[in-house]
Ligand binder design. Structure first.
Ligand SMILES: [Zn+2]
Length: 550
């Protein structure tokens, strides 16, 4: 398959670069917002010391995720618990070689386990390599951002070809199965070679002993990539969570806080919080609403001091470390906004799982912030009980969701990052990230998938938005998208051109993205014969016409 081949080529090239380039040549170390002028006013990064027992493990076991949550992860900067699990389930492995053995040459740990034992991602992140790698047989590299803002990679080695269950570009969550233990490459028996690389495997980082880290130690600063760096060479998969904020879209002094707020929980991004703040206060300080809501995030005083069920602390905490937890402090208000949004999201996600509420989680979470989560539960979804739900809550949600893309970095949420001027190939690459995503009629748009998937124009809108760094916002239907860009003859069709088909009196009914060799990437509905549908590669149909939008 093309992606696997491409991924392995990238992986091999990157591996060679890591070996050849000394890490001191890395330019990533000095970039990134955390080392900028705002740094001295921030509380120390790094979280509590190793072994701090104040925070309990927070990853919810499920039937599919690894239940072997590591013990007592520490809080980082007070903004949220770490999300980590062991790479193999407790009881399925023994440590067969430790970090630093073989004269210091062993840069990870070896976990001996039966061939085929499930390997789990240890953290939320983005797959940046998945496939053949010298010595490892195959490897999987996942880039992540810790809650203390540090970038790190997790490396998994020795899987057989069939034991690599993720693709480059895919977003994974802590505890998600990603592969199976094998014995490929330089290996004398089935085992997982596992590394933790603060600073990033491809971005000048250095391996540390994974054992204390798996036990909850904060990710240290050993150089390499900074999370949320604006330097494309340093970013790779580190655009997740707080990196979702576009540069320069919020007042400069608030930017660091929205980035950090975006790391509080994976459900709530910094771009959503920024759009919400635009709606709440217009980023103006010192506001009190007629209803008594205060500050940047418009907290009611009673809500601000209410206890967050996620960690037992008030929603508004002393995030900026000035000794006072206050809705009037920028950092406290913004982190508090995120903590409250995350708590609402967690409650609503539980109701959704129980079938008591249906809809899109971000929309319902915003509705809960505005009308109270009780209104969401009572309505079984978007609040519809009283007049204010129609006149205030629903427009509030709509406004914020429509503003959110303006605040989102195009490569955000651990996804594809466009290169300047690389043209249509970028559209294909962006779409590749969503291969295998389910087909949902009316699903998707510039924000990515919605309601769990894409329809055809939803996918093209998402891919073109990402590839154009947010510059091109395609309309919602294939028919409307036919008005965008310019038509090119089929004989001149190039990778990344939009392929339209199913023409009727009003225009085309289908749209996909040309991927070369007569193939296109398209979100296709399940077939009448029972085929699954989803984002996939299909042949360009006979009646196709093409348009170029980038
Ligand atoms: Zn090893």
């Amino acid at each position: 398959m093309l992606m696997t081949a491409l991924g392995s080529v990238i992986g091999l090239i990157a591996l060679v670069l890591v070996i050849v380039l000394p890490s001191s040549d890395e330019t990533c170390e000095t970039t990134g917002v955390l080392s900028g002028s705002a740094a001295p006013t921030l509380p120390p990064l790094g979280g509590e010391s190793v072994g701090d027992s104040r925070a309990a493990a927070s990853v919810t076991p499920s039937t599919t995720a690894n239940p072997a949550v590591t013990g007592s992860p520490s809080l980082a900067a007070g903004v949220g618990p770490l999300r980590r699990t062991l790479p193999l389930e407790t009881g399925t492995f023994t440590i067969s070689d430790v970090f630093g053995s073989r004269g210091g040459g062993h840069k990870g740990i070896d976990m001996a386990a039966a061939d085929g034992t499930t390997i789990y991602s240890v953290s939320d992140g983005r797959v940046v390599a998945a496939g053949p790698a010298s010595g490892f047989g195959n490897w999987i590299v996942v880039d992540s951002v810790d809650t203390n803002g540090r970038a790190f990679s997790a490396v998994y080695g020795h899987m057989w070809d069939r034991g690599v269950k993720v693709r480059t570009g895919e977003t994974v969550t802590a505890g998600q199965p990603i592969g199976m233990v094998g014995s490929a490459g330089e290996s004398s028996g089935p085992h997982l070679h596992f590394e933790i690389v603060p600073g990033g495997r491809f971005t000048g980082g250095r391996q540390i002993d994974p054992m204390p880290w798996l036990d909850g130690a904060p990710t240290p600063d050993v150089g390499g990539a900074r999370a949320f760096s604006t330097d494309a060479d340093c970013v790779r998969g580190f655009g997740s969570a707080g990196g979702a904020l576009a540069d320069g879209k919020v007042p400069a002094e608030l930017e660091i806080w929205y980035r950090r707020a975006g790391t509080v929980c994976p459900e709530i991004s910094s771009s959503l919080l920024a759009a919400q703040a635009k709606q709440e206060s217009g980023f103006r300080r010192g506001l009190t609403s007629p209803a008594g809501a205060q500050g940047l995030a418009q907290f009611l005083p009673g809500t601000a001091v209410s206890i967050n069920p996620d960690d037992g602390k008030p929603y508004v905490i002393d995030a900026d470390g000035n000794g006072t937890a206050s809705v009037w402090d920028d950092g406290d208000a913004i982190i508090g906004q995120a903590r409250y949004m995350c708590a609402i999201a967690h409650k609503i996600a539980g109701w959704m799982a129980a079938g008591r509420v249906s809809g899109d989680l971000p929309a319902l979470t915003l509705a809960g912030y505005n009308a109270g989560e009780g209104a969401v539960l009572a309505s079984g979804g978007m609040p519809n009980q009283v007049a204010a739900h129609y006149s205030e809550t629903q427009p509030y949600v709509t406004n914020i969701l429509s503003m959110e893309p303006q605040y989102r970095a195009p490569g955000a949420q651990g996804r594809f990052t466009p290169e300047q001027g690389a043209g249509g190939a970028q559209i294909v690459e962006a779409a590749h990230d969503w291969l295998g995503t389910p087909y949902v009629w009316g699903g998707g748009g510039v924000q990515g998938p919605s309601s769990g998937g894409f329809d055809a124009p939803g996918l093209t809108a998402a891919a073109v938005f990402a590839a154009s760094s947010g510059a091109i916002i395609l309309p919602r239907t294939a028919e409307q998208q036919w008005e965008s860009g310019r038509e090119v003859p089929i004989s001149k069709m190039a990778v990344g051109d939009l392929v339209f088909s199913g023409f009727g009196p009003k225009g085309p009914s289908k749209v996909g993205i040309y991927a070369g060799n007569g193939q296109m990437i398209q979100a296709v509905p399940p077939s009448s014969s029972g085929g699954g549908g989803g984002v996939t590669e299909v042949a360009v149909p006979g009646d196709a016409r093409a348009r170029r939008v980038l």
